[in-house]
Design a protein around this ligand. Structure first.
Ligand SMILES: NC(=O)c1ccc[n+]([C@@H]2O[C@H](COP(=O)([O-])OP(=O)(O)OC[C@H]3O[C@@H](n4cnc5c(N)ncnc54)[C@H](OP(=O)(O)O)[C@@H]3O)[C@@H](O)[C@H]2O)c1
Length: 346
């Protein structure tokens, strides 16, 4: 379908993998969004029962494997919540089959893979977007508005801290190196994305330190600095060893803005706190389902033939910086991440 054909029709979604997370978050977001429908689901053949249950619950076609879903002409858009090492391959396959793609973070663990995806999306004239749901919560927009208003002055520093604990032996894909596990490519994506989002560019240099829980072959906690040049810095930490945290601070020349729950979920209000010489001002941003807002924004971009609301350039940057964190931690020193593309506009 062209963008014009799609203007008046329903966006029919297919989902790869019957994960518990998608059953409780993304599928309800798809089915609650006007102009979207869940049409098909697929599991790996050995987990056919899980897909069958999901299909039954939503009246969706159940395919025997991911390939069959990708080939289904009744599917317009594919959502990919698979282990990190499978994101690139299935995104490329879906684009080649003419589908739009919403892929979980990280879109790729390498900038070159993001570039391949971008090329494939252009060739297929299809929309592809990395699922950074927190960007769609109104508190994120409010934080950006306050920053743009000049209330906290010029942005000089970002602190971001993201964590949730995963128990050893739980079988969680995040503990499996072969599936792209580790804190960096999981919660680390958010910690990296926040400063890139607010500074609007990648740092020139990073320095990262990783630690691993005994017995695990993945990084489980990390702290890193990012140097954006001319006195602009970010300090981030993230972990799958610690209890939940999803907070960030924007440090300006005249004040500080704090978001203490960047993962605000359904039913939870967002709170944006601003600290200046005038005192502390706390603002409540009413609760919103950022998963649904993400699906709505993606579907609107498909319908209008507009750029994805999380631009591919941002996904390239996240992958590049994540890779630089890994290089820095391995080398025990700073890693340079500057490319000609990113230094433009500094
Ligand atoms: N944005 C968010 O809020 C959010 C939240 C959670 C997760 N995520 C992202 O979603 C992705 C999946 O995370 P998850 O927590 O949903 O993982 P999960 O519960 O383990 O689900 C992953 C799914 O991938 C499929 N899969 C294919 N090959 C697999 C393999 N070798 N081992 C295990 N599963 C395999 C399985 O589906 P079948 O067996 O049914 O085929 C499985 O249900 C990750 O990229 C993660 O970053 C995002």
């Amino acid at each position: 379908m062209t963008a014009h054909d799609e203007r008046d029709s329903t966006l029919r979604w297919g989902v790869l993998g019957a994960t518990s997370y998608i059953a409780t978050h993304l599928i309800p977001a798809i089915t609650a969004t006007h102009g979207c429908a869940l049409t098909a689901v697929a599991s790996r053949p050995e987990r056919a029962a899980a897909a069958a249950e999901l299909g039954r619950a939503h009246g969706a076609t159940v395919h025997p494997d991911y390939r069959a879903l990708i080939a289904d002409p009744a599917v317009d858009a594919v959502y990919i919540p698979l282990p990190n090492t499978q994101h690139v391959d299935w995104t490329l396959r879906a684009l080649e089959a003419g589908k739009h793609v919403l892929v979980e973070k990280p879109m790729a663990m390498d900038e070159e893979d993001c570039a391949r995806i971008e090329k494939a999306a252009e060739a297929a004239s299809r929309t592809v977007m990395e699922a950074f749901m927190y960007r769609f919560h109104p508190q994120q927009r409010r934080a950006a508005e306050i920053l743009a208003s000049g209330k906290i002055g010029e942005l000089r520093g970002v602190r971001a801290s993201f964590a949730f604990r995963i128990e050893s032996g739980s079988g969680n894909i995040r503990l499996d190196a072969a599936l792209g596990g580790g804190a960096t490519w999981d919660v680390g994506c958010y910690a990296v994305d926040v400063p890139l989002f607010f500074f609007g560019r990648a740092p020139g240099q990073v320095s990262a330190h990783f630690s691993s829980r005994p017995g695990l072959a993945v990084d489980t906690s990390a702290v890193a600095t990012m140097d954006f040049g001319q006195g602009h810095f970010a300090v981030v930490d993230y972990s799958i060893d610690y209890g939940p945290r999803a907070a960030y601070e924007l440090q300006g020349t005249r004040g500080t803005l704090m978001v203490r729950n960047a993962w605000a979920m359904d039913g939870e209000d967002g709170v944006v706190t601003v600290l200046t010489e005038d005192g502390v001002h706390e603002e409540t941003v009413p609760s919103a389902n950022h998963y649904q807002l993400q699906v709505e924004a993606f579907a609107a971009a498909v319908r209008d033939g507009a750029p994805a609301p999380v631009p591919l350039a941002d996904s390239r940057r996240t992958a590049r910086v994540g890779r630089a964190f890994v290089a820095s931690a391995a080398a025990g020193g700073a890693a340079v991440v500057t490319s000609a593309q990113e230094t433009e506009g500094r």
